[in-house]
Design a binder for this molecule. Structure first.
Ligand code: BES
Ligand code: MN
Ligand code: ZN
Length: 511
């Protein structure tokens, strides 16, 4: 998909595109110069049409106008943006996505988008947001569709137009510094979108295909494409390293586990060493503490953390990042069988701590605990962040769109929360109350695997904290936002690719 930002202002009536989208604020239709120009071209029918459609520019409103040759664009798409006072820069992403979805409904190849007036200082971000919105709204997981249904978007040209037609020459977009910012923004937007779509593809794929071995192959392909170092450990190598928690989760399955470690090294001296760990349970049946059929339905998505860190790595290594970045995916299935791990088992972790198992469905924290120990022993990072679809309790606490963020170092998590806000992903801080650790006391081991229902996402965080030592660490529980139950904005139904955009925003400084 190509993005252009014309320097010459163009009259709407002569703009040769299949569709032209107008982003309109509520209650500001009558004094909008673009609409006035359009109305002239349509010989004055617009006010009546808007009245009939009851279009006032509310956030949920939109409508498609066929122009029957009266203007060069075959269709004009009116997209309501809500009240101007509620508008935020990030809305450009979802507004673009809405416009592009409308355009795709009529198989459009080129679209012009007239955005609200925005300060030239935001040129890079606006270009990035438009790119993300346009590319991501065309995503569909269509590899298993056959026949008529398979109709990928044909949109190839997006032209972003200045808000006011006939603006004087020397208007912002002809400034070379702004041009350069727009080019950077598009490149960044493309990388975020590609990384997010990679994550969505991995997470949407069924567990029959997306096995631990397959995930390792994906990492291998990424390593090759991007010149990354890759280490993949099989069961015997993991046993030698003492990863008994990770292996216990894997032992009930016929699929072999894979411990995946990818490394990106910047060209100069690294600013710092960052480890990104993604929970990569390719299918979570619950094990012997088996889930209900309904509870298992989405559990191919239990590698959403792994998808996010792999997608982010793809983008980071493409754009270049000042940090040395390590991605770790301890990939395994969690299955019940005659060889499955059992309740009451006591297991020794990689760092020597012993764990009493009391619910085999709390498997994620076991895989993460050994990954955290590995990171400290082998990498000695300045910061570790894990992304995990860890607890249903987190979704109950924060709702389906928001991830919970826990940390042992407040100073480290604040920039991540800021980055998430800038990236348009919802994350909210949660505490790790020392008193709640009581719930993890075991009579026969150093720690119990899980507590009761009360504060379920916090006790999971407290369990992980047992394995991070003094290293700054952030835990992101993304059980809710890994998936969407309906299409909205730049999200399609199914996997969202949550986490990718925030990681990039967090690790990649803007020039
Ligand atoms: N993968 C699940 C968590 C999950 C639930 C993710 C729903 C997405 C949607 C995790 O392994 C799990 O089963 N957690 C248990 C923890 C409990 C046994 C302490 C849960 O949330 O019920
Ligand atoms: Mn589970
Ligand atoms: Zn799980």
């Amino acid at each position: 998909m190509q993005f252009t930002f014309p320097t010459e202002t163009q009259e709407l009536a002569t703009l040769r595109v299949d569709a032209c989208a107008l982003i309109l604020f509520e209650g500001e239709l009558s004094d909008n110069p673009v609409l006035r120009a359009l109305d002239q071209a349509l010989s004055g029918i617009l006010p009546g049409l808007l009245e009939d459609e009851q279009f006032t520019g509310k956030k949920t409103q939109s409508f498609t106008l066929h122009t029957h040759g009266k203007v060069a664009a075959g269709r004009v798409l009116l997209v309501g943006a809500g009240k101007r006072k509620d508008f935020q820069l990030n809305d450009v992403r979802s507004l673009t996505a809405r416009a592009v979805r409308m355009a795709n409904a009529s198989r459009t190849r080129s679209i012009g988008i007239v955005l609200p007036e925005l300060e030239p200082q935001h040129a890079e971000r606006v270009a990035q947001l438009v790119t993300e919105g346009a590319v991501l709204s065309c995503y569909q997981f269509d590899k298993y569709w056959t026949g008529e249904r398979k109709k990928p978007s044909v949109l190839s040209d997006v032209i972003v137009l200045p808000a006011v037609p006939g603006a004087p020459a020397g208007s912002p977009s002809s400034d070379p510094a702004i041009k350069a910012a727009q080019v950077r923004g598009v490149a960044r937007g493309q990388a975020v979108a590609q990384g997010t779509m990679l994550a969505r593809d991995l997470v949407n794929e069924g567990a029959n295909e997306m096995t631990p071995r397959h995930l390792a192959e994906v990492a291998g392909k990424l390593a090759k494409e991007r010149g990354l170092e890759l280490t993949v450990l099989g069961p015997s190598e993991c046993r030698e390293l003492g990863m008994r928690l990770f292996l216990a989760v894997a032992q009930g399955s016929n699929e072999e586990p894979r411990f995946i470690h990818l490394t990106y090294r910047p060209s100069g001296t690294p600013r710092r060493k960052v480890v990104l760990i993604g929970k990569s349970v390719t299918f979570d049946s619950g094990g012997l503490s088996i889930k209900t059929s309904d509870g298992m339905l989405d559990m191919k998505m239990d590698m959403g953390g792994g998808g996010a860190v792999l997608g982010a790595m793809s983008a980071l290594s493409q754009l270049g990042c000042p940090d040395e970045v390590h991605v770790i995916c301890a990939a395994t299935e969690n299955m019940p069988s005659g060889t499955a791990y059992k309740l009451g088992d006591v297991l020794r972790s990689m760092n020597g701590k012993t764990v009493e198992i009391n619910n085999t469905d709390a498997e994620g924290r076991l895989t993460l605990a050994d990954a955290l120990s590995y990171a400290q022993e082998k990498i000695k990072p300045d910061l570790m962040i894990d992304f995990a679809t860890l607890t249903g309790a987190c979704e109950v606490a924060l709702g389906p769109h928001c991830a919970g963020v826990m940390t042992n170092t407040q100073d480290a998590s604040t920039p991540l929360l800021d980055a998430a806000r800038a990236a348009g992903e919802e994350m909210w801080p949660l505490p790790l109350p020392e008193r709640l650790s009581e719930a993890l006391k075991s009579d026969i081991a150093d720690v119990k695997q899980c507590g009761d229902r009360k504060g379920g996402c916090l006790t999971a965080g407290l369990f992980l904290k047992e394995f991070v030592g003094e290293t700054p660490w952030i835990h992101v529980d993304m059980a809710g936002p890994v998936k969407a139950t309906s299409e909205s904005g730049h999200h399609s139904k199914g996997a969202t690719g949550f986490g990718v955009a925030s990681i990039i925003e967090f690790l990649l400084p803007r020039s």
